[in-house]
Design a protein around this ligand. Sequence first.
Ligand SMILES: [Fe+2]
Ligand SMILES: [Fe+2]
Length: 148
Amino acid sequence: MIDSSINSQAILGFLGRALSFELSAVQQYTALAKLMEARGMKSASDKFREEAGEEMQHVERIIGRMLALGGAPNASNLRATHLDGSLPELMQYCKRFENEIVGFYTQAVRHCVTTKDDDNRIFFEELLKEEQVHAECFESWWQQTASN
Ligand SMILES: [Fe+2]
Ligand SMILES: [Fe+2]
């Protein structure tokens, strides 16, 4: 393992970027839940609200790990919400966003493999797996909607 304090700083860097992604996802999906509710589209609204809840659990896990490493959460780099387009177009946007997060967690896992940091590798691998499921969910939801 490389110098642990240097690696803690690197891990805090990954966690900080992860927090910005996850809070952006909470903001995005909560806004879409409210938008769909206003349009009377209850099942779409419920689906986005459920997604927002899962992202909020990721936020909690990341903040917990930051505090455990002696860091303080300070996300200031949130992405603007994307609310334009039809429901299928919004699903595609969400899928692309999830894939971007998958790419980011893949990098974080690779860093942990390189530094032989098994504990943080497992932490990021779990998030990676869950984001892959999110991307697949948006894809299958889009396919069901597009075929109707
Ligand atoms: Fe997430
Ligand atoms: Fe996600």
